[in-house]
Design a protein around this ligand. Structure first.
Ligand SMILES: [Zn+2]
Length: 570
C-alpha cells in the first residue's frame, strides 16, 4: 500500500496536535494584519488535518482488510475528529471575540464571519459525543448492507454485483436479480429500521441541544443553506410533480413498448430491449483513463493534463478488487494540491459516467486551489455537484471516443437525458421523506414505511405495475445510504441537476461561452453565494415551475432529435 496523500501531522501524537491548537488560541489578534496572517495559518493547519483524515479514510476504503488502515481510521473517528471539533469551536470563538474581526474587509471576509457566527450558534459540546454514536450507527448500516449477498447460479454474489443484471435484455434474469436483491433487503429490514429509529432519537437530541425546533432546521443551518428554505424544497417538489412527471410517464410508456411487454413491472425499469446489447464503452482501465483524457482534452487541454497527472501520481483507484469497499467518491487533497478518485469499475457505461462525473469534481478542486482560505475552497454540494453533473452533459459531444458504433452512441446519450427525467422526482421523494421524518420524530416504524409509500405514489410517473411487490416499494428507501450517513444531503443533486441542464442548454447555444462561464463559476469556490455562483455560470438558481417547464421542453426536444437520428422516433 503506497501513500497517495501527504501526511504532515502525526495523529498518534495527540499532544502535538493539541499544542498546535493552543498556539493558535494564544495568538495576539489586535491588528488587521495579524488577523489575516492568523486566518491563513488556521486554514493551512485545517488543510493538513483534512488531508490526513481523508488519507486514512482512503486507505481503509481501498484495503478494508488491512488491520493498520482500519485501526487508523477508527482511531481518527474516536479520538482525532472529536478533538478537532472541540478545538475548532474554540478557534471560532476566539475569532468572533477578536478585536480585529471588525476591521476585516467585509467584501472578502463577510461570508467567513457569517459562517463562524452560524457554527458558533450551532455548536454544542454534548453533540460531539452524540456524533461518535451517530458514526457508529452509520458504520453498522454499511456493515449490514455491505454484507448482503445472494446465490447466483451457485456463486455467492454481493448485491452490488447483482445490480447490472437489472439491465439485462433477458426478462427472466432481471426478475431473478430483482427478487434476490430486494429479498435480501427485506431480510434485514427490521435491523435497518432500528438503526434509523436510533439515529432519529440522537439527531432529535442534537437539535434540542442546539435549541432548534427540529433536526431538519438544525441541518439546514449545519449545511449553511442560506439561499433557500424548507418551504422552497416543497415548492420544488410541487414544480417537479407538475412538469416532470407527465414527461417521465410518457418515456416509461415508450420504454414498455420497446421492451415489448404488456405490463411494465418493477424489474423492467432498467431493462434493455432484447434486440440490443448492453453498452460497452471500454475494455480495460487503461482504456477508460486514456479515452476520458481525450474527451476532457477536447473541452480544455488543461482538463486532460489534470487526469494524466493524477494517473501518474496514482491518485486514480478505479479497478474493483477484493477487500475494496463499494462505491465511488472524489476527495480533494489540499496539501498535495491534487485530488483522489475512488471507484469500482466493472466495464459498464455507468463507470464511464462516474469517472467523468468525478473528474468534474477534480477540475473544480483544481480551479479552487489558488483560493487562500480553506473555508472558501470548501464548496457546498449545490455547486460541487453542479461542477460534476455539468461535466457529464458537457462531455456528451465527445462520447464518440467511447462509442464508435452509432447505435450505441445514440442510446448512451438518450439514456443520459432520460435518466435525468427519472431522477428528478426520485430525488425529491428522498428529500420530502426526510423532511417528514424529522418534522414528525415520534412516528412508528410502520408509519415510516407507509409515509414513504405515500410520497412515492405522489411523486411517481406511474405506468409500473407493483402488484405483489408492495413491501419492496415501501422499503426501497433503506438502500439510500444518504438517509443514514449524510442526512438531508440529497436535494442538492436535484438542484445541481437542474443547474447542469441549464449549463448544457447554454453549451448547445454557445460552446465557448458556456465553458468559460463554467470555469469562472468553479474558480469562485465558496467566496460567493449560490445565487451568485449560478449567475456567474450564466444560469439561474431558481425553483420555480416556469424554469422547470422550460427545461423539460428543452430536454424533450433534445430527446426527440436523438430519436429521429436513430430512426426510433415514435
Ligand atoms: Zn458528485
Amino acid at each position: 500500500m503506497s501513500k497517495v496523500y501527504i501526511e504532515k501531522l502525526d495523529f498518534s501524537d495527540v499532544a502535538s496536535i493539541k499544542n498546535r491548537f493552543e498556539t493558535l488560541l494564544a495568538a495576539d489578534l489586535q491588528t488587521e494584519d495579524s488577523m489575516v496572517q492568523w486566518l491563513k495559518e488556521v486554514s493551512d493547519f485545517y488543510d493538513a488535518i483534512q488531508e490526513g483524515l481523508d488519507g486514512h479514510y482512503i486507505d481503509f476504503q481501498a484495503y478494508n482488510n488491512d488491520e493498520d488502515a482500519k485501526r487508523a481510521f477508527q482511531y481518527d473517528q474516536e479520538k482525532i475528529e472529536p478533538l478537532v471539533k472541540r478545538q475548532k469551536a474554540k478557534v471560532d470563538e476566539k475569532f468572533l471575540q477578536a478585536p480585529a474581526k471588525d476591521k476585516l474587509d467585509k467584501e472578502v471576509y463577510g461570508r467567513y464571519i457569517k459562517s463562524k457566527e452560524n457554527a458558533s450558534a450551532l455548536f454544542n459540546k454534548e453533540n460531539v459525543q452524540l456524533e461518535i454514536e451517530e458514526d457508529r450507527l452509520a458504520t453498522r448500516y454499511f456493515e449490514i448492507t455491505g454484507a448482503l449477498t445472494a446465490d447466483w447460479n451457485g456463486e455467492e454474489l454481493t448485491v452490488v454485483q447483482l445490480f447490472p443484471y437489472l439491465e439485462d435484455p433477458d426478462r427472466e434474469l432481471r426478475k431473478k436479480a430483482f427478487d434476490l436483491i430486494f429479498g435480501s433487503l427485506l431480510e434485514v429490514k427490521d435491523d435497518l429500521q432500528k438503526i434509523m429509529s436510533e439515529l432519529l432519537e440522537i439527531r432529535e437530541k442534537k437539535a434540542n441541544n442546539s435549541k432548534l425546533a427540529n433536526y431538519r432546521d438544525y441541518m439546514f443551518k449545519k449545511y449553511e443553506r442560506f439561499d433557500y428554505t424548507p418551504e422552497d424544497c416543497k415548492q420544488l417538489a410541487a414544480s417537479i410533480k407538475e412538469h416532470v412527471l407527465p414527461v417521465a410517464g410518457k418515456l416509461r410508456k415508450q420504454h414498455k413498448q420497446e421492451l415489448g411487454v404488456d405490463v411494465l413491472r418493477p424489474y423492467d425499469s432498467k431493462g434493455v430491449p432484447a434486440d440490443k446489447t448492453p453498452l460497452k464503452p471500454f475494455a480495460s482501465i487503461d482504456e477508460l483513463v486514456s479515452k476520458t483524457s481525450t474527451v476532457l482534452g477536447e473541452l480544455d487541454p488543461r482538463f486532460a493534463e489534470l487526469i494524466k497527472k493524477m494517473n501518474e501520481k496514482r491518485q486514480l483507484d478505479l479497478e474493483s478488487r477484493k477487500n475494496k469497499s463499494p462505491g465511488g467518491f472524489c476527495t480533494p487533497l489540499p496539501v498535495s494540491e491534487s485530488s483522489f478518485i475512488f471507484m469500482n469499475a466493472s466495464r459498464s457505461h455507468d463507470d464511464m459516467l462516474t469517472l467523468l462525473h468525478e473528474m468534474g469534481h477534480c477540475i473544480h478542486n483544481d480551479l479552487k486551489f489558488p483560493i487562500d482560505l480553506s473555508y472558501y475552497k470548501d464548496t457546498p454540494m449545490e455547486s460541487s455537484e453542479l461542477a460534476s453533473m455539468s461535466m457529464e452533459l458537457l462531455s456528451m459531444d465527445q462520447w464518440h471516443h467511447f462509442y464508435e458504433d452509432e447505435e450505441q452512441l445514440n442510446r448512451a446519450k438518450l439514456d443520459q437525458l432520460k435518466g435525468i427525467l427519472e431522477f428528478l422526482p426520485q430525488g425529491m421523494k428522498i428529500d420530502l421523506f426526510q423532511h417528514w421524518m424529522y418534522e414528525n420524530p415520534d412516528h412508528t416504524m410502520e408509519e415510516r414505511m407507509e409515509k414513504y409509500d405515500e410520497i412515492h405514489q405522489m411523486l411517481d410517473a406511474g405506468v409500473v405495475e407493483w402488484d405483489g411487490y408492495e413491501e419492496v416499494r415501501k422499503a426501497r428507501w433503506l438502500f439510500v445510504l444518504h438517509i443514514f450517513e449524510v442526512p438531508f444531503y440529497y436535494v442538492e443533486y436535484v438542484i445541481a441537476q437542474l443547474g447542469a441542464v441549464q449549463m448544457y442548454k447554454q453549451y448547445k447555444e454557445d460552446k465557448d461561452a458556456a465553458l468559460e462561464n463554467y470555469k469562472h463559476a468553479l474558480s469562485l469556490g465558496n467566496t460567493k453565494s449560490l445565487q451568485e455562483i449560478y449567475e456567474a455560470a450564466g444560469i439561474k438558481f431558481d425553483f420555480s415551475p416556469e424554469l422547470i417547464k422550460e427545461l423539460m421542453e428543452f430536454l424533450q426536444n433534445e430527446i426527440q432529435e436523438l430519436e429521429s437520428a436513430a430512426g426510433t422516433a415514435k
